[in-house]
Design a protein around this ligand. Structure first.
Ligand code: NI
Length: 254
């Protein structure tokens, strides 16, 4: 059993064959999929998919790229959607200093507003980072004990991982762990405690090595589990079991 804790199968890249993608996931023993919103449209799309499929869950949130779009009206809609039984987390939210598509102060305001909503609703959060842990971690540390969630697609080193663990966060490992030049992520995949590990695809992006550059999909989360099993010298079944348990602890207790 495997759970893809971060997928964007509501996107148009899946419009032609979404049912076939879901069937392949089922055949690969991917029992649950968390569909992640990153703006208003994709958040509504995630909720819609979750309403149609019992094994799909949704998040609602505003990505730092579109931080300027987090108007009071959008925030109000997110607050209403947060009460939906299939919405199990807020995000993805965070900071992105790699592409800098929104000014950094605007990104920070949108991030803080969504963190306030997380405290208010008691929902866990999904954190997006690109080159911004130096600002993200202090923001999260300031709210230690009041928020919980996952550092999605973790690409930091073991030291940064420990800072995330210290404030109770889970570590999401995706397809990058299968790449040859991913020493940091592989070291983290070895070191992360058993009760904090989550696996994800971030599909349609970041396909594992055997499909690198092509469209990713939830079934390929198995390749992530397989690589982590190899790194930790354990079985793929064990990785499936512990990451499923962690997913349920973090997201389904909400
Ligand atoms: Ni994502």
């Amino acid at each position: 059993m495997f759970i893809d804790s971060h997928a964007h199968i509501q996107l148009s890249q899946f419009n032609q064959d979404r049912e076939a993608v879901l069937t392949r996931a089922e055949k690969a023993a991917v029992t649950n999929i968390l569909v992640i919103g990153f703006d208003m449209e994709t958040s509504l799309g995630a909720v819609e998919l979750a309403e149609q499929h019992t094994h799909i869950y949704a998040t609602v949130g505003m990505h730092p790229h579109d931080a300027k779009d987090l108007t009071p009206d959008v925030l109000k809609t997110f607050r209403e959607l947060a009460a939906h039984p299939k919405v199990v987390a807020l995000g993805e939210m965070g900071l992105d200093y790699y592409r800098d598509l929104s000014p950094r102060p605007v990104q920070k305001t949108a991030f803080e507003e969504q963190l306030n909503l997380a405290e208010e609703t008691q929902l866990p959060i999904v954190i997006h980072n690109r080159d911004a842990y130096m600002d993200i971690l202090p923001i999260l540390e300031a709210r230690n004990g009041r928020i919980r969630g996952v550092l999605h697609c973790f690409t930091g080193d073991v030291e940064l991982m420990h800072r995330g663990l210290a404030i109770g966060f889970h570590i999401g490992i995706g397809g990058i762990v299968t790449y040859k030049n991913a020493a940091d992520v592989q070291a983290v995949a070895r070191a992360v405690p058993e009760d904090r590990l989550l696996i994800e695809t971030d599909c349609p992006w970041l396909a594992p090595q055997f499909r690198r550059g092509k469209r990713n999909e939830p079934a390929y989360v198995r390749a992530v589990a397989e690589k982590i099993a190899e790194l930790r010298d354990t079985s793929i079944e064990t990785i499936g079991k512990i990451t499923t348990k962690n997913f349920e602890t973090l997201f389904k207790s909400a």
